[in-house]
Design a protein around this ligand. Structure first.
Ligand SMILES: [Zn+2]
Ligand SMILES: [Zn+2]
Length: 379
C-alpha cells in the first residue's frame, strides 16, 4: 500500500482506509488548519492573537502549527502576532508547557485557574509559574468541591473561557485561538444538549464564539481529529503533557466521551457526522435583548412564551420539594422567582442562563466569586 498523494510507501492510515506518507500527511494537516482560518476570513493582518495552551495533545500541535506557519517566508506566512497563555491548576503541567514554549522561543503568560475569584487583573507571570495565592485557591477549590462532577466539568469550561477573555483584553488581543479538535467538539455538543445548553451550541461548538462584544474565540483545529493529532505528535516528536480527556469520572461528560469514542472505533464517521450536524444548527435565538448571562455571556431568553424543558423541570422540582402551594391553576410565572436565592433555579433569566443557574443550584452552598455575588446582590 502506498500514499494516496505521491505513491511513496505509506506510514499513516486514517479512518482505516486513507494512506499517506509522513510528508503528505503533514502538508494535509497544515492545510486543514490554514483552510479553517482562511475560509472564515476573520483575521486582519498582523493582528494580536492570544493562543491558549492546555499542554494536552491538541495544544501541543496548535503551538507547533503556529510556530511553523509564522516562520514561513512566503505568501503562506500566517500574519499574526501571537501571545501565549496557560491557565493552570497543576504545576507539573505548567512546567512542561513552559518548557514547550521555551523550546520554540515563545514567551508564555501563566495564570492560576483560581484567578476566577479575583475581579481585577493580576500582573501576569511571564515564562515562570506565579506564586500561589493560597486563600484564593482554597476558596476556589471549596466552590468546586461543593458541586457534583458533571456541573464541575461544565463550570470549568466557562471559567476558562472567562479567564481567556479577561487576559486577552489585558494583553490587547481581540482574537483568541483554542485547540479543540473534532473529537472534543463532538463530545461537547452532546454534553451541551444533555445539560440544557442546546441554544448555546453555535458559540460553544462552532468555529467562533462571538458572545463577547470585544474578543472573539476561534477554533482553528476544529476539522482535525484526535487520530490525526496522534500521528502529528509522533512524527514531530512532540511531548504533550496532560491527557486531553480531563473530564472528571462519574460525570455525564465522561460517559458521553466513552460512548462517542466507542462508537467511533467501529463506525469511522461517527464524530464527523456529529460535528456536521452541529454546523447545521443555526442560532435561532431571536432574543434581541442585550441581557447576557453573567457567567457564560449567553443571551438570556427573557421572553419565555413556550413551555420549555426548564419550566417543566422547575415545576416538577417545585412540586417535589413542596416549596410552593402548587395547584393546577397556579401561574407558571409565580414559580419563577428570579430574584430569589432559594428559588429552584436561582436568578435564572435575570442574571444567569438555565445551564449556569442549574450549576449554581447544585452548589451545596452558593459560593460564586464575590464580584459575581455583588452583581446579583446589588440589583
Ligand atoms: Zn505522500
Ligand atoms: Zn450562562
Amino acid at each position: 500500500m502506498s500514499c494516496k498523494k505521491c505513491n511513496s510507501p505509506k506510514s499513516v492510515i486514517l479512518r482505516m482506509k486513507d494512506y499517506y506518507c509522513d510528508n503528505c500527511f503533514m502538508i494535509n494537516t497544515n492545510h486543514k488548519f490554514r483552510a479553517c482560518l482562511g475560509k472564515n476570513k476573520v483575521l486582519s493582518p498582523n493582528e494580536n492573537v492570544l493562543i491558549c495552551l492546555s499542554g494536552g495533545v491538541g495544544s501541543s500541535v496548535l503551538v507547533d502549527l503556529i510556530h511553523y506557519s509564522i516562520s514561513l517566508d512566503n505568501t503562506k506566512k500566517l500574519r499574526i502576532v501571537p501571545f501565549f497563555l496557560h491557565i493552570f491548576d497543576d504545576t507539573t503541567i505548567a512546567e512542561s508547557v513552559l518548557e514547550q514554549c521555551k523550546h520554540l522561543n515563545f514567551n508564555i503568560h501563566m495564570v492560576h485557574i483560581s484567578d476566577y475569584m479575583n475581579s481585577t487583573h493580576r500582573t501576569l507571570a511571564v515564562n515562570c509559574i506565579p506564586r500561589a495565592e493560597q486563600d484564593v485557591e482554597k476558596t476556589f477549590q471549596n466552590m468546586l468541591n461543593s458541586m457534583p462532577p458533571t456541573a464541575v466539568n461544565d463550570f470549568i469550561i466557562k471559567i476558562k473561557r472567562h479567564l481567556y477573555i479577561k487576559y486577552a483584553e489585558h494583553l490587547q488581543c481581540n482574537t483568541i485561538f483554542t485547540a479543540e479538535t473534532t473529537n472534543t467538539l463532538a463530545i461537547n455538543l452532546l454534553s451541551n444538549l444533555a445539560i440544557g445548553r442546546g441554544s448555546q451550541v453555535q458559540n460553544d461548538i462552532g468555529f467562533s464564539d462571538i458572545r463577547d462584544s470585544k474578543v472573539k474565540i476561534l477554533r482553528p483545529m476544529k476539522d482535525i481529529t484526535k487520530e490525526e493529532l496522534d500521528y502529528y505528535v509522533s512524527i514531530r516528536q512532540l511531548q504533550p503533557t496532560s491527557t486531553n480527556n480531563s473530564a472528571n469520572d462519574n460525570s455525564l461528560q465522561s460517559v458521553i466521551s466513552s460512548f462517542v469514542h466507542g462508537l467511533q472505533e467501529n463506525f469511522q464517521s461517527t464524530i464527523s457526522t456529529v460535528c456536521k450536524t452541529a454546523d447545521k444548527i443555526g442560532n435561532c435565538n431571536e432574543d434581541k435583548s442585550e441581557q447576557k448571562c453573567i457567567i457564560c455571556e449567553s443571551n438570556l431568553n427573557t421572553d419565555i412564551t413556550k413551555m420549555s424543558a426548564l419550566e417543566a423541570t422547575n415545576v416538577s422540582r417545585t412540586v417535589s420539594y413542596g416549596t410552593t402551594n402548587f395547584s393546577q391553576t397556579t401561574e407558571i410565572s409565580t414559580i419563577f422567582d428570579c430574584d430569589n436565592r432559594t428559588a429552584v433555579f436561582p436568578f435564572v433569566h435575570k442574571y444567569l442562563c438555565y445551564g449556569c443557574s442549574r450549576n449554581h443550584s447544585e452548589m451545596i452552598k452558593p459560593s460564586l466569586p464575590q464580584h459575581l455575588q455583588n452583581i446579583i446582590g446589588n440589583s
